[in-house]
Design a protein around this ligand. Sequence first.
Ligand code: URA
Length: 219
Amino acid sequence: MAGTKSPEDAYTAAPFVPEGADLGALREAAAGCRGCPLHRDATRTVFGAGDPGARVMLVGEQPGDQEDRQGKPFVGPAGKVLDRALDEAGIDPDETYVTNAVKHFKFTHVPERGKRRIHKPPSLREISACGPWLEAEVELIEPEVIVALGATAGKALLGSSFRVTKERGTRLESDASGPAHGGLVVPTIHPSAVLRADDREAVYGDLVADLRVAAEVLG
Ligand code: URA
């Protein structure tokens, strides 16, 4: 029926985000987020982690299988690629804050792969439902530059028309009304794209080159 709202329209983390909270209180509150249905199948909320005084904030898509089990972002194979690339670009991984656009693991099962949980990309509604957590993290960390790792992070920070192939490796000013509050965003590919690529060295080299653009912002 025209004008009827589907239940998905109501997806938002906003009522779960405490006002004036510090990072610890945010993390605790995020553990109980029911702002969209993804909490139902995931093991836990995976909140951001790292240096609270970081000048660089890295935003991925969503936790993967390992992250869902361990409760920390980028602890699986993509995280290893990311740490190596950051280091090579001149950014100390220990001096960054790392988080995801979506804080719960979204997955499916396919019969031929048995019990394995297969990653499923979040929808635009799920990305925007989770936006209040990302916004609260940006407000507390106040990074000088945010690196958007892949299309989902780019859409979360720069809007749904973002295209990673067109905009990667550039400095972009985000919308003042978006989760990055007008802050500087440097988009690049998701590090897992390196692991899927036929020519891993070339794709890895491109990731490092994009991260150098973020490193240059820091001077
Ligand atoms: N991929 C992501 O986007 N984030 C993680 O935390 C792990 C894998």
